[in-house]
Ligand binder design. Structure first.
Ligand code: ADP
Length: 862
């Protein structure tokens, strides 16, 4: 069996909605819509009430009209019956009189007698007359004073009766007479009126004698009297009964003044024909609805006014409700805002009444303490989150709180979570005021400060470490605010050396910084304190060495700018005592100098035999010249001129020996190393001159090449000469010791300008020999002091050379020369940086002398 499908979600609520559609629909509306509809409801009911009242009035009025119409109709018919009955009775009672008149024995006297008797009880009959077949009256009986018949009037001229219009009367009478003669039946004439508007009609009864028409009995009725006498009294009271002619104009009426339609009300009318006359006269019943129309009804207007008042009040209420709703929504918004704020805060909020009973806690408070709202609200102290061992202390705090004496900075308390974990919290209290301005309790905020406390402890520990380290430093540390010149921080070493004031800082900056940063050069300074921006952006400025005379100490001073903790710009100086290092350096420099001199002496010592050999030649020549002169003077065979010539030669030889000794002396003479402008050409010449002694002894040739128009060097020429001599001597020794054939016994010394990527413009000196080269294992230890491959070598030459070159900011390198895989010699080269100013000078002089720009080598060989 297939499982029954699960009802879709929300099916149940659908069913409920269907069952109670209105409440469902109502609940589905937004509150503002509900409000609006709730206000509209009474309005609608008032309007409905008004409509009901109007329709009730309408209905009642219609009902009344119908009833009144019915009643009028009945009254008209009743009157019709009454009058009809009277007319028929009269007609019947006239029949015997008419029959008598038709007989030949009828006489006017008798007729008049009968007529008088007949009309006595009949007020409505105003005249009875007997006319012949020719319509000539035979006898006339007038029941009233006035006689409408002109014939009668003529007969009785003294009559004051008003005249009825003759034409109308005659016409109507003639018609009725003709009718009676023709039909031989009693015939009623049409109505006619007299001068003053009284209406009448006639009944003409034919007189038939043996089938022959002999005349007519004419009875004239007064419509007025008929109406007055035969309208029942209650009918006349109820309604107006009138007689109208065929044209609708009223002939006579029970009411004298005919009321017009009053106040726009239409009269209710019911007509009934005047039977049995049927001569066009109509009996008319007329009445008015007693109730007034809606418009004239006071009650109706009262209802309308009340409804209007109600609507107006509803409108007022609605406006009030709207105003209230707006305030309410603002309030709700405010409340929501505050609630959201309160719930988003990590701060716990707790409210208490004046007895200390908890009346409110927020979500954060519950989260912090681990207790639910139900567990906390309504509780009196001791509260469940008080650690058991601190109940007394917390109770004391609470008492302070309730008395309003808690410190404004808050109270630090221990709080125990439900799970037993205890944390530190800070509580702030403020009074809770109700809308009437009365205090109802206290609001307490609680912040977990465990983390803050931990950080604070860590910070203070790290601060302690920091100060311990700074205090323990051998270097002096001082921080000076740039603008105020106030000393912000000093460490122990600073205080030890310079005391507590800023003078030490000024001494270390050379008295210039930070005051030296004067605003001015727009490119270099910013608008902030006028300090050079690069000083601030660089991590550390280049160290300076400062000698403080009062302490007789050298300091390595490093300064940097920093933002102090309060945001001020400050200069920090770290001054390290480097006096010991300075002394060591000075000593080392002195020793190096001594070593250089010693090395020169050693070189000379090594060259001693060569020098001796060199000196031997002039000395031998001098001896020979002297011996020759002595023997020739003894023999007296020398002329004065020859003697002078011989003496001059001797002197030249002595001079030559003296020159050698002078050169050696100036080379080994101990002198302070000093930089001076020097020409490479001169240095090379001097070096080659000295080396020549050794080279000649070892039979090694030298080729020198010095590029022309080299810039002036700034160096100590003796030291560079020493380096060159060392290199030349090493090359000669290598060639000599390898016993190479004369083809390979030569050295090349060249000096050329060069541009190197890492050094810039330099002058390169190189010494290339065709000797055996440097062995691989030697290459790595070449500059090691006291490393030598020679039996009598000291091994300090190259190490000294390199230190000399490097002290001149130059570089020294050695490399082997190869022919395929064979080493065919080696090349030692060093560079000296070019003084740019001197170089320009040289270029300028070159142009002055008109020399070509291309280097023109000078080659000398010994
Ligand atoms: P010393 O000359 O007293 O040995 P140096 O420092 O001048 O001391 O030289 C160190 C070593 O370098 C020498 O012993 C030699 O082996 C090697 N050397 C120096 N110049 C040359 C060269 N032109 N050819 C081959 N080897 C050389």
């Amino acid at each position: 069996m297939a499982p029954t499908p699960a009802p879709p979600p929300g099916a149940a609520s659908d069913i409920t909605r269907r069952r109670r559609p209105f409440s469902g629909w109502w609940r589905g509306l937004s509150p503002s819509r509900q409000d609006r509809l709730a206000t509209l409801d009474p309005l609608a009911s008032v309007l409905l009430f008004l409509a009901a009242i109007i329709s009730a009035f309408w209905y009642l009025r219609n009902e009344e009209i119908v009833r009144e119409t019915e009643s009028i109709k009945r009254d008209a018919e009743l009157t019709q019956q009454q009058i009809g009955l009277r007319l028929i009775q009269t007609q019947e009672q006239l029949t015997p009189i008419a029959r008598d008149l038709a007989t030949p024995g009828a006489s006017p006297e008798r007729f008049l007698e009968q007529a008088q008797a007949f009309s006595k009880d009949r007020a409505e009959i105003i005249q009875i007359s007997w006319v012949g077949a020719d319509r000539v009256p035979k006898a006339i009986h007038r029941a009233t004073l006035y006689a409408p018949d002109p014939a009668v009037r003529e007969e009785r001229p003294g009559s004051q009766a008003p005249l009825a219009p003759l034409t109308a009367r005659n016409g109507a009478a003639a018609l009725a007479f003709d009718g009676a003669r023709t039909t031989r039946l009693p015939t009623y004439s049409g109505a006619f009126v007299d001068d003053i508007g009284n209406a009448y009609f006639q009944l003409q009864m034919p007189l038939i004698d043996h089938g022959r028409f002999t005349g007519a009995l004419v009875v004239e009725y007064s419509v007025d009297t008929l109406l007055r006498n035969f309208v029942p009294a209650d009918v006349a009271r109820r309604h107006m009964i009138s007689v109208v002619d065929q044209y609708g104009s009223v002939l006579v009426s029970t009411v004298t003044r005919l009321p017009d339609a009053v106040g726009g009300r239409e009269p209710l009318i019911s007509d009934a024909p005047l039977t049995p006359a049927l001569n066009g006269l109509m009996l008319r019943g007329q009445g008015y609805p007693t109730s007034k129309g809606l418009v004239g009804n006071t009650l109706f207007w009262m209802v309308v006014a009340l409804s209007g008042l109600t609507v107006w009040m509803l409108f007022g209420t609605w406006r009030h409700v709207r105003h209230r709703a707006r305030i309410q929504s603002a309030l709700v918004q405010e409340t929501n805002f505050r609630r959201a704020m309160e719930n988003s805060m990590p701060t716990g909020m707790r409210a208490m009444d004046l007895d200390g009973r908890m009346t409110y806690v927020n979500a954060a408070f519950c989260q912090m303490t681990g207790f639910t709202e139900q567990e906390l609200i309504g509780r009196l102290p001791p509260f469940p989150y008080w650690p058991p061992d601190r109940v007394e202390e917390n109770g004391r705090f609470l008492q302070l709180e309730l008395q309003g004496r808690s410190p404004s900075g808050g109270i630090e308390v221990k709080v125990m979570r439900k799970d037993g974990f205890v944390f530190d919290a800070r509580m702030y209290v403020s009074p809770l005021i109700d809308p009437k301005g009365q205090q109802t309790g206290w609001m307490t905020s609680m912040t977990n400060i465990t983390e803050a406390k931990r950080i604070r402890d860590q910070l203070s520990a790290s601060h302690e470490r920091f100060t311990t380290v700074l205090e323990g430093l051998d270097a002096s540390v001082s921080v000076l605010s740039v603008q105020q010149g106030e000393l912000l921080f000093t460490n122990r070493s600073y205080r030890l050396w310079f005391g507590g004031d800023a003078r030490g800082h000024a001494l270390l900056t050379g008295g210039a910084a930070p005051a030296e940063f004067i605003p001015g050069a727009e490119d270099d300074v910013d608008q902030l304190s006028g300090l050079p921006t690069h000083e601030l952006t660089e991590v550390g400025t280049s160290p300076r060495e400062v000698f403080v005379e009062s302490l007789q100490k050298w300091f390595d001073v490093r300064s940097r700018y920093l933002q102090w903790t309060d945001g001020r710009l400050a200069q920090m100086l770290i001054a390290t005592d480097i006096s010991a290092r300075r002394r060591a350096e000075e000593q080392a420099a002195m020793q190096a100098e001594k070593a250089q001199v010693t090395s020169r002496l050693v070189t000379m010592g090594e060259m001693a035999s060569s020098v001796a050999h060199e000196l031997n030649q002039p000395l031998t020549a001098i001896t020979n010249y002297c011996n020759g002169m002595v023997s020739r003077v003894k023999a007296g065979s020398i002329s004065q001129d020859d003697l002078v010539a011989a003496l001059q030669k001797t002197a030249r030889q002595a001079e030559r020996a003296g020159q050698i000794i002078h050169r050696i002396r100036s080379f080994v003479k101990r002198s302070e190393p000093q930089r001076q402008p020097a020409q490479a050409q001169q240095i090379v010449e001097d070096a080659v001159d000295l080396a020549g002694i050794e080279l000649r002894r070892r039979q090694v040739a030298i080729h020198t090449y010095v590029a022309q128009r080299l810039p002036t060097l700034s160096c100590d020429p003796i030291l560079i000469e020493q380096v060159l001599l060392n290199l030349l001597k090493n090359a000669a020794e290598a060639i000599d010791s390898a016993g190479l054939p004369s083809a390979r016994r030569h050295i090349e010394l060249s000096v050329v300008p060069r541009f190197a990527q890492e050094e810039g413009d330099v002058i390169e000196f190189s010494v290339t020999d065709m000797g055996p080269g440097i062995k691989e294992e030697v290459l790595g230890r070449l500059y090691e002091a006291f490393f030598s491959t020679k039996a009598e070598g000291l091994g300090i030459g190259l190490s000294l050379c390199r230190s000399i070159i490097e002290s001149h900011r130059g570089r020294m390198r050695a490399q082997n020369l190869y022919n395929g895989h064979h080493i065919v010699g080696c090349r030692f080269a060093f560079t000296l940086p070019v003084d740019i100013a001197a170089r320009h000078e040289a270029a300028g002089s070159g142009e002055d002398t008109g020399s070509t720009v291309s280097p023109n080598p000078t080659v000398t060989s010994t």
